[in-house]
Design a binder for this molecule. Structure first.
Ligand SMILES: Nc1ncnc2c1ncn2[C@@H]1O[C@H](COP(=O)(O)OP(=O)(O)OP(=O)(O)O)[C@@H](O)[C@H]1O
Length: 711
């Protein structure tokens, strides 16, 4: 590949790989004493590699450099001048002015630059200091520059080729104890010290995707020559990051496929057909397609690992049941693993109801059963009397022995980690898995979070679904929401009232708050109605009783904590009031609202709360604006940022530093294609040419992961 034309690049006299740079501490750089090193450490920067991958948050465009006499009103320009005088401006607060004005002279004329904040700079601006100022030329009490950046330059003659004074000056996220300027100087030095950084990505990939090499890209991301080059470099780094993650996913997928002896689960359709014929509705086109995809996958010899994605109320349950019945037709067992007991019970009730007419034995296994109940249940699971087992995590405990488990349906939040699969492996089984997610996620996200799974999407809602009329009321006016509840109850319908969210650590507080709200509603607001209470601390039997009463219509208003978030399905409930709505996440709100979109009546949702922050306001606005889960999850991603997505889902994948999933869809698709192709050709990256790449991926994901390139 051609030697970079970048003016900053140093010739390849020294070759330093990324792992080597990770081993070199920042303190080897001149000007990086203990104080600065400590400040860098607070930013998570310890090695030269950390330093050069501390990318700028933006670049200040200093390309329009002008003489003062030539400045025009309204333009953004950069001026290099000498300080003549400095004085404070603005109304003093506690004796201090909020900004200051620096009078500048450059030989052609004088102009004041106004700086707001940045008080620490002021003391350094003694007369005769040379500075570079960039900002808009405006008229306020005369002509002035509103300084976006103001920096001291040591040698005005060198302007244009240093760390601070190129055409595009990088602006870095800085922190306590280190100025952006110092950080920039250190990064510049680190790049020089690093020498030439060889590229771990195969040349063929770079060429086919027309990407610059890593060395150039890293330099240009910091100190670009033009906007175009900056963008190209950025694209390369985004590609780099996503490519490594995708290599990891491809490796995981391959490992699972190779290490587990899949087997074909093929049914004769007898149970599935009876089930479908008994339904009061026909499957939607999307449901039919997804059922086909799932059954085809199950009948193959490979173990299935498939994600079914569908918005709330899209009818995922019917799809799951078809898959489970197929496993049972094949003479084996199926299981549903739910995240909470309430949900397991809910599934148990609705599934056993749906399969009442079929010769299928459904059992419920939870942590809170009596010893006797449990024994009966465990026996049935072991001797094969139980065909379909529903439970919580209790299902994967060691003493649960299945006769022949061949399909597990799990919730996305509890997708099998490798350790859970290991438990099954110990039992000598490797069931097909079907992962259901009620949280629609943008395609980019599913390709990364679930990149090692096959994905089916139910992209159609059952006919006749009505949008949920969604209203926000401030808590001072919450009685308006309850008046609406009253109207619905008068029509013979039912209501949910959701208690404000409390911290997970405050379980008792949750109970107290729920009981308090229940007391208020049952005694003061709806004394003439049947009000019920459901929270996570109740015993399984109590919960079951309450849910059954609500389903049967015996309870008209159900006061509940978030335990009803997923899966609870009572079509006659047409209104939901969410108290303290500003404290819920967007996907939780969407799930909760999804509880009332299942019947024929026009559903309503009241979000009660007083949002204090920009984010919480944005969440409520999004709820009012969008019904569609995909739109909402994009909005959510935009509001929350993407930083913690991976961490929060325990997917075993690292957080992304440069890639933005909403922005970088195209790059992601390219990176994925290349990565999967590479792993298909060289599954364990044995080719010596892939050695550096292999080390990079191991470094990123942790070399000790059992599935990574293990033969
Ligand atoms: N094809 C269909 N036509 C009409 N109604 C349907 C259809 N499929 C499912 N339903 C009904 O829609 C409701 C929602 O279905 P289901 O509970 O399976 O949704 P879901 O996708 O699991 O939603 P959630 O994630 O919110 O729990 C149920 O009452 C179900 O009986």
């Amino acid at each position: 590949m051609a030697w970079p034309s970048s003016r900053i690049a140093s010739p390849p006299d020294t070759l330093t790989t990324l792992p080597e740079l990770r081993a070199r501490p920042v303190t080897e750089l001149p000007g990086c004493g203990p104080g600065i090193a400590a400040a860098l450490e607070r930013l998570g920067i310890e090695s030269l590699a950390d330093l050069i991958s501390h990318y700028p948050s933006r670049h200040e465009d200093l390309s329009n450099v002008k003489r003062i006499s030539r400045l025009r009103l309204g333009e953004r320009a950069t001026v290099v001048g000498r300080v003549v005088s400095v004085r404070g401006v603005g109304r003093p607060v506690r004796g201090r002015t909020p900004g200051f004005k620096v009078q500048l002279y450059d030989g052609s004329g004088y102009i004041p630059a106004v700086v707001w904040g940045r008080e620490w700079l002021r003391g350094q601006l003694v007369p005769e200091t040379w500075v570079v100022v960039s900002g808009e030329v405006q008229r306020r009490y005369g002509i002035q520059i509103a300084a976006r950046t103001l920096e001291i330059v040591d040698d005005p003659g060198s302007f244009g080729d240093g760390a601070h004074t190129g055409k595009f000056v990088p602006i870095y996220p800085a922190g306590r104890g280190i100025t952006p300027r110092r950080l920039r100087a250190l990064i510049h030095r680190a790049l020089d010290a690093a020498g030439y950084i060889p590229d771990p990505l195969p040349v063929s990939v770079l060429e086919s995707r027309r990407l610059p090499n890593l060395h150039d890209a890293i330099r240009e991301v910091h100190f670009p020559e033009s906007r175009d080059r900056l963008q190209r470099a950025m694209r390369r780094l985004v590609f780099h990051e996503l490519f490594l993650v995708q290599i990891g996913l491809a490796a995981r997928k391959m490992h699972l496929e190779r290490s587990e002896p899949g087997r074909s689960n093929r049914g004769d359709g007898s149970l599935v057909n009876r089930y479908l014929n008994g339904l009061p509705f026909a499957l939607t086109g999307a449901q039919e397609r997804v059922v086909e995809e799932v059954l085809a996958d199950m009948s193959s010899e490979r173990p299935m690992r498939r994600l079914v994605q569908g918005d709330v109320g899209s009818g995922k349950t019917a799809v799951a049941i078809c898959a489970l019945l197929t496993a049972i037709e094949a003479g084996r067992q199926g299981a549903i693993m739910a995240p909470t007991e309430v949900l397991a019970e809910q599934h148990y009730l609705s599934v056993s109801n749906a399969l009442e007419e079929l010769p299928v034995e459904v059992v419920l296994l939870t942590g809170s059963q009596t010893a006797a109940e449990r024994r009966v249940c465990l026996n049935a699971i072991e001797n094969g009397q139980a065909h379909l087992i529903i439970g919580t995590h209790a299902l994967i405990q060691r003493h649960v022995r299945f006769r022949d488990l061949s399909l597990v349906v799990v919730d996305e939040q509890h997708r099998f980690g490798v350790s859970q699969r290991a438990v099954f492996k110990e039992k000598g089984i490797s069931p097909d898995t079907l992962i259901m997610t009620a949280t629609p996620i943008p395609r980019t996200l599913s390709l990364t979070l679930y990149g090692d799974l096959e994905v089916s999407v139910i992209d159609e809602l059952p006919p006749g679904r009505k949008p949920v009329e969604t209203v926000h009321v401030e808590s001072a006016r919450r009685m308006e929401a309850y008046a609406a509840v009253e109207e619905e109850l008068d029509e013979g319908r039912q209501a949910y009232v959701i208690c404000p969210l409390v911290e997970e650590s405050e379980a008792l507080e949750e109970v107290r708050a729920a009981e308090e709200l229940y007391g208020e509603l049952s005694e003061k607001v709806f004394p003439h109605r049947r009000v019920g209470l459901l929270h996570g601390r109740m015993s399984a039997a109590e919960k079951r009783e309450v849910m059954a009463a609500f389903r049967g219509g015996g309870i008209e208003v159900l006061v509940a904590t978030v335990v009803v978030e997923v899966g609870v399905d009572v079509p006659n409930a047409s209104i939901i009031v969410i108290e303290g709505a500003e404290r819920f996440g967007l996907s939780q709100l969407h799930q909760l609202r999804g509880r009332v979109c299942r019947g024929e009546h026009p559903p309503r949702c009241f979000l009660v709360g007083d949002p204090q922050t920009e984010d919480s306001r944005a969440r409520l606005d999004a709820m009012i604006r969008y019904q569609d889960g995909f739109r909402l999850s994009e909005a959510d991603l935009a509001i929350r940022g993407e930083g913690t997505l991976f961490g929060s889902r325990q997917s075993g994948m690292p957080d992304l530093k440069v890639a933005k999933l909403l922005r970088d869809v195209e790059v992601l698709v390219e990176a994925r294609k290349e990565a999967f192709a590479l792993v298909a050709n060289d599954p364990y990256l044995r080719d010596p040419a892939h050695g550096p790449l292999k080390r990079e991926v191991e470094e990123l994901l942790g070399a000790d992961i059992e599935w990574l390139f293990r033969e």
